[in-house]
Design a protein around this ligand. Sequence first.
Ligand SMILES: [Zn+2]
Length: 422
Amino acid sequence: MNIKVHRGLEQVGGCITEISTATTRVFIDMGQNLPGVGEPTTEEQDAKMVNDIFAMDAHKQTAVFYTHAHGDHVGLFYHVPADIPQYISVGGKEILLAKYEMLKKGHEIRKDYECSIGQMLKGRLETRQAIIRKDEDLISRIKLFRTWERPKPHAMPTALTVGDIRITPFYNCHSMYDSYMFLIEADGKRIWHTGDYREHGYLGKGLFPTLRRYATDIDVLITEGTMLNRKDECIHECEVSRKMANVMNAFKYVVVLASSTDIERLAAIKEAAKTSHKPLYICNGLMRRTMSIFTRREGKVSKGLFEFHPHYISNNDVKKDSMRKKGFVLISGVSNLAFTQELCKDLDSSEVLLVYSSWDGYYKDPAQVAVNPRYKSFREAFNNVIDIHTPGHADRKTIEKVIEEVKPKEVVCIHKEPGAEL
Ligand SMILES: [Zn+2]
């Protein structure tokens, strides 16, 4: 049995790990490099790298498994040869479909708008149409992904088999909905791949019981190490919610900047809005769709924690007047700045607060700001800003506890900053 980390040993994101035997190759993740992290790669370079990987040992039975739907783990799926099966959780597949279908919708709206104002020169129309065709291609590839369903609580997860390798997915707590770790059994060896994980979320209490029960006799532990060099404090998601409720009590109008695909953060915000007796609004199309996925799939089993019934508000909506009268909590995506500014423009700015609930590197790290200035611009549009956030990744203490619990013969640490060490 061989383990080869193609990418991701000395960088956060862009993860590709291969486990192979004489007859079989299994890849865990096929991730895109994160923008602003290390050397950027072009689409052509990515395509060539993935092609080269699959051109090797082409006679072996091969499959790709995704730990979760973040782009730095799944982003290169499109370059994987069409005859190689790709596996992801049911929830992960729904999120990917939602994301790419919303992107396509955005591209169509832009094309129609440009056509309607007569701005569309022939060459530009062709470019727009090519973008939409590519969106359609991506969506049809995602629809072919094979899936596994999360087992019921306390039920034994089922292994999937590719050639002579067995892979068993275990549910994980991370800042992306429906994330997984894997037990991989090959040539009599047992490998545990953590994916991205943490203990300090609503779903994190399952981490150590799962490891205790299933991560036994592990030869190699492959763990993520995103936080090893970072100083961010990991507070529990409940604490995030409590802090938010406090500030929501103090301000009449609260905008929260958060990710559409992080079910736990959205629940923390929703609970805080409830505690502070403020109506909850959203204005982002993807968030509307992910919340309805969460509510359908998780509302009942979570006893309502992951059930979402916010008011959806769009441009020229009459609801805006009542929002201004009663006060509100509005969850916004980073792409909704113009809408949010328009909504808040006549309000007394001393009564408006932005809760920045995303990674602070997006506005503090110059390399991040250079590739995507929108987080910084969002913050700067508000007079009152507070950061309330907790990472989606395990801190050093938790990683050490995991190693202690699993007691592997060897540890491989991936998804970490250059020079970071255990
Ligand atoms: Zn992730």
